[in-house]
Design a protein around this ligand. Structure first.
Ligand code: PLP
Ligand code: COI
Length: 345
C-alpha cells in the first residue's frame, strides 16, 4: 500500500475526503476478557482470521472526530469525550467490549501527536480526521459475539466531505431506508453504512450530494442524510432538527442546538420535520464531523426540487452557525466549558 506523501508535499487547501496511509496508528487487542494497553504501530494492515465476526456479521463499529490547528499553531480536539461515550453505546448495542473512555481520548491524542506534521496548517480549511474502529475477530462461524476484538485509531488530513463545502448542493429522498424503527440507526455501526451504499450511489449518479432518508415507519418525516444529520432554519428564528430513535445522535447536532440558542439567540428545537412541510424553512443544511455544516440548496421529493434559500448561495443564518462552530473548533471563538482538549506535541 502506498504510504502518504511527505507532509511538505501535500496541497492542504485541496484535500477532499480521501484515505491516506499516515506513519502511525493506535492498535489494541481484547483477548481473555481484557484489553491490552495498545500501542502505536506503523503497519496499516490488519491481520485477522477469516472467521472474524466483523467480516461476516457486521460486528463492527466506528467513530469520526477531528484535530484542528489553531492560529497559534496549537493542535486541539473538539469534544472527543463525546465520541468515546458514543462508541461505548455502539459497543453495547453490538455486544462488544467498549474501550475505556479515558483511554480512548488518550489514544486519540497519541495518534495526533505521532502524526502532528499531517495536521493541516491553520487557514487552509483542512483538519486531521481520526477514525476509531472496533471489530470482532478470531475464529467464529455461528452468529454469536466474538471472543476477541481489535480497536484501532487511524488518521488522515481531510478537506470538504460534500464537494460544495460551504456552497449549497442538492440532496434527494429515497425509496430505501438507512435504519429500521427499532434497529441500529442510533449506533455508529458498519451495517448502517453498507446498506446506504446503493441509495447513495443512485443519488450521486442523479447529481445529488447525498440521500435524505425518511423515517422508516411512515416515510413522511425527514430522518437524516447518509453521513450527517439534518437541520432547518425557520423564518421565526428557530433551529429545527429531527428527533428520532433511528438516527445517529450527532455530536455536531448536539453542539449546534446549544450554539443556536446560546450564541445566536435562536430557539433550538428537536422535533418532527415533515417532508411535505418544507415551506416552513428559509434555510437548511447537513451537519456532522465530516460534513461540518453543508448548506442544502434543495431537496428532491416525488420528482420536485424544493429549494430553500438558494441553490448557489449560503443563507445568512447557516453562515453564522458555520462561523461560530468552526471558530470554536479552530480556536478563534471562545468554546463552552469542556468542549476543547489540547494535544501536547
Ligand atoms: N449521521 C450519520 C449517519 C453520520 O455518519 C454522521 C457522522 O458521524 C453524523 C450523522 C454526524 O455525527 P457527528 O456530528 O457526531 O459527526
Ligand atoms: C463522520 O462525520 O465522522 C462520519 O463518520 C461520516 C462519514 C464519513 C461516515
Amino acid at each position: 500500500m502506498a504510504k502518504a506523501p511527505k507532509a511538505s508535499e501535500i496541497d492542504w487547501s485541496n484535500l477532499g475526503f480521501n484515505y491516506m496511509d499516515l506513519p502511525y496508528r493506535f492498535l489494541a487487542h481484547w483477548k481473555d476478557g481484557k484489553w491490552d494497553d495498545g500501542e502505536l504501530t506503523e503497519d496499516a494492515t490488519l491481520h485477522i482470521s477469516e472467521g472474524s465476526t466483523g467480516l461476516h456479521y457486521g460486528q463492527a463499529d466506528f467513530e469520526g472526530l477531528k484535530a484542528y490547528r489553531t492560529k497559534n499553531n496549537d493542535i486541539q480536539l473538539f469534544r472527543p469525550d463525546q465520541n468515546a461515550a458514543r462508541m461505548h453505546k455502539s459497543c453495547e448495542r453490538l455486544l462488544m467490549p467498549a474501550f475505556p473512555e479515558d483511554k480512548f481520548v488518550e489514544a486519540v491524542k497519541s495518534v495526533v501527536k505521532a502524526n502532528a506534521d499531517y495536521v493541516p496548517p491553520y487557514g487552509t480549511g483542512g483538519t486531521l480526521y481520526l477514525r476509531p474502529l472496533m471489530i470482532g475477530v478470531g475464529g467464529n462461524i455461528g452468529v454469536h459475539p466474538a471472543q476477541e476484538y481489535i480497536f484501532t485509531i487511524f488518521a488522515m488530513p481531510v478537506g470538504a466531505y460534500y464537494k460544495g463545502g460551504v456552497t449549497p448542493t442538492n440532496f434527494t429522498t429515497s425509496y430505501y431506508d438507512r435504519a429500521a424503527p427499532h434497529g441500529t440507526g442510533q449506533s455508529k455501526v458498519g451495517g448502517n453504512y453498507g446498506g446506504s451504499l446503493l441509495p447513495g450511489d443512485e443519488a450521486h449518479k442523479a447529481g445529488y450530494s447525498d440521500v435524505i432518508y425518511l423515517d422508516p415507519a411512515t416515510h413522511t418525516k425527514i430522518e437524516e442524510a447518509g453521513s450527517a444529520n439534518f437541520f432547518g432554519v425557520t423564518k421565526d428564528n428557530e433551529f429545527v432538527t429531527p428527533k428520532s430513535d433511528s438516527i445517529l445522535p450527532s455530536i455536531t447536532k448536539k453542539s449546534l442546538l446549544y450554539l443556536a440558542e446560546h450564541n445566536l439567540g435562536m430557539k433550538a428545537i428537536e422535533g418532527d420535520v415533515f417532508i411535505d412541510k418544507l415551506d416552513r424553512f428559509s434555510e437548511a443544511g447537513a451537519m456532522g464531523t465530516a460534513a461540518v455544516i453543508a448548506p442544502i440548496g434543495g431537496i428532491e421529493y416525488k420528482d420536485e426540487l424544493h429549494v430553500f434559500y438558494s441553490e448557489t448561495e449560503v443563507g445568512p443564518v447557516t453562515q453564522k452557525l458555520y462561523d461560530t462552530l468552526t471558530g470554536i473548533q479552530f480556536g478563534d471563538v471562545e468554546a463552552p466549558e469542556g468542549w476543547i482538549q489540547k494535544v501536547e506535541y
